[in-house]
Design a protein around this ligand. Structure first.
Ligand SMILES: [Zn+2]
Length: 489
């Protein structure tokens, strides 16, 4: 039987506020353990939460960017469970009435060829069920400290930091689609400046729901939840493994058990963490210490108007305005910094194609080698544009431009200054090239005769001689035209 996977993702994104969701403690990552705490985020009896206005603004921006309907009233709820890193015994979240609902995103997704390359990219629409706000829990530490064989430690710095949980519809039919969606989501949050997207530090965390069903069926199979897929690579590997595991169970006449599983990257498999019977029953109820969150329509409209151009729209515009391919536009719009860099150099140089090639080629290579981000690139878009114009105008050849590029990357000088300092101006002047050609032809009568007898390959010998003479700076087109005319005799 032919099966298709049905995948939905739940993503937790930490908002980039200065302070926590319900108190004024710093939300900074990496402070000394338990230093960013106060009675509110330690869950002391009688301490009252006060909602962080900036966190609401960021959550609303994220919800709008995901095309969600913003509920004018949303309700905070207590999600009750016991865990050592949750001192209150409950987490403040949103349940019945979340901040945003019924969103969708458009994403270019493809298939992965055996070479690993993405092929057949097409635009797909994936639904967003809801986006709600909640506070994070602290962190239990089970290893890397003294006596962790018999003790656990708890760090409550993260307790109360603001999160949005973004729940997708079960719209993904392959691990690649889930992967492309997650990449898109991360990109969008980074464009908005509401999350740093750092999966290693846990600012972006992903759980997946996976089931399979016979192709063409409309009923859903029993789903398995895979928790803590904290890298793009883990997500895709865990999904692929789980899809195959479920196919195997069903093919052998077994039944899928509803359960929560974890990914073991060392062993390359998922394993059961808890079954449905052991699942939490959270007993949500409205948070009595926080009033309903009411948002003015005019304020929401203002937030909508202030959204930046988002990655998908920018990518589509790069295709239509600059004539780029989808793949190139996707790459250049992958971060706002790269997109801005490309757009500035494309406009100043008036050669978008050349700007794209330099950025994806030599510049990407140089940045990678020096471990530099494009936001700290030693070459400004104006300098890159000046280099492109120097090639377009015939001042230097494409080959020499590579040397100039390396120089300006190192020194930060302007391309023209480097061209003049190193005497790299291309020789396009017909009179001086003519003189050199005459000299070379006189000295190589045998090769001239060969050429004239039909061995046209000898042309490259003459090109080589002149290039040697001019240290590679002869204008190839002018040189070729002149050489052919003279050799014909
Ligand atoms: Zn606090």
């Amino acid at each position: 039987m032919d099966f298709e996977p049905v995948i939905g993702l739940e993503v937790h994104a930490q908002l980039l506020t200065r302070t926590k969701l319900f108190c004024s403690c710093s939300a900074q990552f990496g402070a000394p353990a338990n230093s960013n705490t106060c009675p509110v985020c330690l869950g002391m009896p009688g301490a009252l939460p006060v909602l962080n206005r900036e966190a609401v603004a960021m959550a609303v921006r994220a919800a709008l960017a995901l095309d969600c309907i913003i509920n004018p009233t949303s309700i905070f709820a207590r999600k009750n469970y016991f865990y050592p890193d949750l001192p209150k015994g409950y987490q403040i979240s949103q349940f019945d009435l979340p901040l945003g609902e019924h969103g969708r995103v458009r994403v270019f997704s493809g298939e992965r060829a055996e070479s690993g390359q993405i092929i057949n990219r097409v635009e797909k629409t994936f639904g967003i069920t809801r986006l709600h706000m909640e506070e994070d829990a602290g962190k239990s530490i089970h290893d890397g400290m003294a006596d962790t064989d018999e003790k656990s430690y708890v760090n409550l710095n993260r307790s109360g930091t603001p999160l949005v949980e973004i729940v997708s519809e079960p719209d993904f039919r392959s691990s690649q689609e889930a992967y492309d969606y997650l990449i898109h989501l991360r990109k969008t949050l980074l464009y908005l400046g509401v999350c740093d997207g750092n999966m290693e530090e846990g600012s972006l965390r992903c759980d997946a729901n996976v089931s399979i069903r016979p192709k063409g069926s409309v009923t859903l199979g029993t789903k398995v939840e895979i928790k803590n897929l904290n890298s793009f690579r883990f997500l895709q590997k865990a999904l692929d493994y789980e899809i195959e595991r479920q196919k195997e169970v069903i093919s052998e006449g077994g039944r899928i058990v509803q359960e929560t599983r974890l990914w073991d990257d060392g062993k390359g498999c998922t394993f059961s963490m808890r079954s449905k019977e052991e699942a939490h029953d959270y007993h949500y109820f409205p948070e009595p210490d926080l009033p309903p969150l009411k948002l003015e329509p005019a304020w929401i409209d203002g937030m909508r108007r202030s959204l930046p151009e988002l990655p998908h729209e920018k990518m589509l515009r790069f295709v239509s305005e600059f004539g780029l391919s989808t793949d190139d536009a996707l790459l250049l719009a992958s971060t706002k910094e790269m997109a801005d860099y490309f757009e500035a150099s494309a406009r100043i140089s008036e050669s978008p194609r050349a700007a794209a090639n330099w950025i994806m080629g030599d510049l990407a290579y140089a940045l990678k080698n020096s471990g530099q981000e494009i936001s700290k690139c030693p070459i400004s878009p104006a300098q890159l544009a000046e280099l492109i114009r120097a090639i377009d105008s015939g001042k230097i050849s494409g080959k020499i431009a590579k040397t100039v590029f390396e120089e300006i990357y190192k020194s930060g000088e302007s391309p023209d200054a480097v061209i003049n300092r190193l005497g790299l101006v291309q020789v396009s002047d017909e009179a001086s090239l003519s003189a050199m050609i005459d000299k070379v032809m006189d000295a190589n009568a045998k090769q001239v005769a060969e050429y004239r007898s039909g061995k046209e390959k000898v042309l490259s010998f003459f090109v080589g001689q002149i290039m040697k003479e001019t240290k590679g700076q002869a204008n190839p087109k002018v040189l070729n035209d002149l050489l052919k005319a003279k050799l014909k005799g």
